[in-house]
Design a protein around this ligand. Structure first.
Ligand code: NAP
Length: 491
C-alpha cells in the first residue's frame, strides 16, 4: 500500500499537521493508499508554489502547454485498463464505466489540447482611422479547483485541461473519497512534462482544505463541482471576495416517455440512466415520467428488466450495478428510501441494503423503484443513488410541468416519435441538456455541459465554452495614426 503526502511544487511532501487519512474500496473495504491530511498552512504552501510558477507557465507558448496535455492523454490511453480498474476500486463504478471515466478524460484532454492553438480573440474595425482593435485572452492567475468523487478522472480533467492550457497555475483539492485517482493524475501530468508548481494537489477535508482554497485572497477563481449545499457555501464565501466562481451541482433529471414512444428503447434508456454508476451521476435519471396510456406496459417491462440486474463486484465484467461509494452515501440513500415509504410512495422493487458474503464488506443497495406522486420528497430532492421514482401523467403538458417543477435543471430526456413534441421539449424543458430518444446521461466532451436553476451559475464546462472560466478577455487598441485621436469627441 502506497503512502502519499501532498503534491506541492513538484514534490510529494508531508502535510503540516503530520496527520493522514486512508482511501478505501467501497466494494471490499480494502485500504488502497494513505494521504496527507492537508490544512490551511498546506494550502498557503501550495498557493506560494503556484504563484512562483505562474509567470513562467503563462509565457510558455500555449501550443506547448497543449502538447503536455496531449502527452498526458496518450499516457492515459496506454494505461487505460489499469486506470479504469483504479477508478472502479476506489469509487465503485463497474469496470466498463471505470474505463469510460478514463476514456472521457482522454477524449477531453485531446480536445482541449487543441485550444493551445486557438485561445481565440477577435479583431474588429475601429471607428477612427489608423487604429486597430482586438481582444486577447489571458490567464486568470492562480485558480482553485474542487472536485467530487463520482467521476474521479473525467471531472478533474474537465477543469485541469482548460485551466492549464490557458496558462493558469492550480491549487487542486479532490474529493476525500478519491484522492488516489487524483494523485495518479498528478503523476501522469508530471510524466507528461508539467513543470513543478503548475499543479499543486492538497488532499484533506472540505473544511480544512476546501474552505481555505475558496477564501485565499491570492486564488483568483474557483471552479467547483459537487452538491448544491456545498456549492452555496463556496459561492457565498468566494463571491464576497469578488472572485470568479463556476459551479456545477446536482440534478433531479427526468425522462419523459410519451404514448407514441419506442418502449423497448425507453426502458433500456431508463435502466442505464437510473442504475448506471449506481445512480451516482449528476445526470442520473431519478424521475421516470410516463404517459398514462403506456404506464402499465412500461412499468411491467421496466420491473422485469430491473429485477434481472446483477449487483455485486464492480470489477466483474458481468456486474451491472456496483456499490455506492461510502457509508455516508449508503445511509443517505437508505434514509430516502425510508422517506419514500413514509410519504406513501409504493415500493415496486428493491429498497434494501444487500447483505451476505459478497456484500458484507461493501455498500450495496438494490436497484429501487417507487411508484410516486409528483411533490413527494423523493421526487424533488437529489438522492444520488439507485432509486427511481415513476410518475404517471395525462399528457405532454403535464409531463413538462412535472419535469420542470424542481429546483434543479441539469439533464432531461423525452422519448417520442412526434417531431413537434420533440422540438417543443427542447424549447420547454428547463435544463442545461436535453436528449431526444436517449437517456439523461451521455455527455460528449466537445459540447458545453452545465445546468440551469440551482444546478449551476451559468458557467459551462467542456466544449467551446470550457476556457471561458479560466481566461480574462483583454481589449486592445493600437493607434498607428501618429496623432491623438479622441473616440466619441467631435471636433
Ligand atoms: P460535495 O460533498 O459537495 O463535495 C464536492 C467537493 O467539494 C469535495 O471535494 C468536497 O470535499 C468539497 N467541499 C464540500 N464542501 C465544501 C465547502 N464548503 N467548501 C469547499 N469545498 C467543499 O459533493 P460530492 O458528494 O463529492 O459529489 C456529489 C455531488 O456532486 C452531487 O450533488 C452531484 O450531482 C454533483 N455533481 C455534479 C456534476 C455536474 O457537472 N453538475 C458532476 C458530478 C457531480 P470532501 O470530499 O473532502 O468533503
Amino acid at each position: 500500500m502506497k503512502e502519499y503526502g501532498l503534491y506541492i511544487d513538484g514534490r510529494w511532501v508531508p502535510s503540516a499537521s503530520g496527520r493522514s487519512f486512508a482511501t478505501t474500496s467501497p466494494a471490499t473495504g480494502e485500504v488502497l493508499a494513505t494521504f496527507g491530511e492537508g490544512g490551511r498552512e498546506d494550502v498557503e504552501k501550495a498557493f506560494k508554489a503556484a504563484s512562483k510558477a505562474r509567470m513562467k507557465w503563462r509565457s510558455f507558448p500555449a501550443p506547448k502547454r497543449g502538447q503536455i496535455l496531449l502527452n498526458a492523454a496518450s499516457i492515459m490511453a496506454r494505461r487505460k485498463e489499469e486506470l479504469g480498474a483504479l477508478v472502479t476500486r476506489e469509487m465503485g463504478k463497474v469496470i466498463a464505466e471505470g474505463k469510460g471515466d478514463v476514456q472521457e478524460a482522454i477524449d477531453f484532454l485531446e480536445y482541449i489540447a487543441g485550444e493551445g492553438r486557438r485561445l481565440l480573440g477577435e479583431t474588429t474595425p475601429s471607428e477612427l482611422p489608423r487604429k486597430f482593435c482586438m481582444t486577447v485572452r489571458q490567464p486568470v492567475g492562480v485558480v482553485g479547483l474542487i472536485t467530487p468523487w463520482n467521476f474521479p478522472f473525467a471531472v478533474p480533467c474537465w477543469k485541469l485541461g482548460p485551466a492549464l492550457v490557458s496558462g493558469n497555475t492550480v491549487v487542486y483539492k479532490p474529493a476525500s473519497l478519491t484522492p488516489l485517482c487524483a494523485a495518479t493524475l498528478a503523476e501522469i501530468l508530471e510524466e507528461a512534462g508539467l513543470p513543478p508548481g503548475v499543479l499543486n494537489l492538497v488532499t484533506g477535508p472540505a473544511g480544512r482544505v476546501g474552505v481555505p482554497i475558496v477564501e485565499h485572497p491570492g486564488i483568483k477563481a474557483i471552479s467547483f463541482t459537487g452538491s448544491v449545499a456545498s456549492g452555496k457555501d463556496v459561492y457565498t464565501r468566494a463571491s464576497a471576495m469578488l472572485k470568479r466562481v463556476a459551479l456545477e451541482m446536482g440534478g433531479k433529471n427526468p425522462q419523459i416517455v410519451m404514448d407514441d414512444a419506442d418502449l423497448s428503447l425507453a426502458v433500456e434508456g431508463v435502466l442505464f440512466g437510473a442504475f448506471g454508476t449506481a445512480g451516482q451521476r449528476c445526470t442520473a435519471t431519478s424521475r421516470l415520467i410516463l404517459h398514462e396510456e403506456i404506464y402499465d406496459e412500461t412499468l411491467e417491462r421496466l420491473l422485469s428488466r430491473t429485477r434481472s440486474l446483477k449487483v455485486g463486484d464492480p470489477l466483474d465484467p458481468e456486474t451491472d450495478v456496483g456499490p455506492v461509494s461510502s457509508p455516508d452515501q449508503e445511509t443517505k440513500i437508505l434514509r430516502y428510501i425510508q422517506t419514500g415509504k413514509e410519504e406513501g410512495a409504493k415500493l415496486l422493487t428493491g429498497g434494501k441494503k444487500l447483505i451476505g458474503d459478497a456484500y458484507d464488506k461493501g455498500f450495496f443497495i438494490e436497484p429501487t423503484i417507487f411508484e410516486a406522486r409528483h411533490g413527494m420528497k423523493i421526487t424533488k430532492e437529489e438522492i444520488f443513488g439507485p432509486v427511481l421514482s415513476v410518475i404517471k401523467v395525462q399528457d405532454y403538458e403535464e409531463a413538462v410541468q412535472v419535469a420542470n417543477d424542481v429546483e434543479y435543471g441539469l439533464s432531461s430526456s423525452i422519448y417520442t416519435r412526434d417531431l413537434n413534441l420533440a422540438f417543443r421539449a427542447i424549447d420547454e424543458l428547463e435544463a442545461g441538456v436535453t436528449y431526444i430518444n436517449a437517456p439523461t446521461i451521455g455527455a460528449e466532451v466537445h459540447l458545453p455541459f452545465g445546468g440551469v436553476k440551482n444546478t449551476g451559475n451559468g458557467a459551462k464546462e467542456a466544449g467551446s465554452t470550457a476556457i471561458e472560466e479560466f481566461t480574462e478577455i483583454k481589449t486592445v487598441f493600437i493607434d498607428y495614426s501618429g496623432r491623438l485621436q479622441k473616440a466619441q469627441i467631435v471636433e
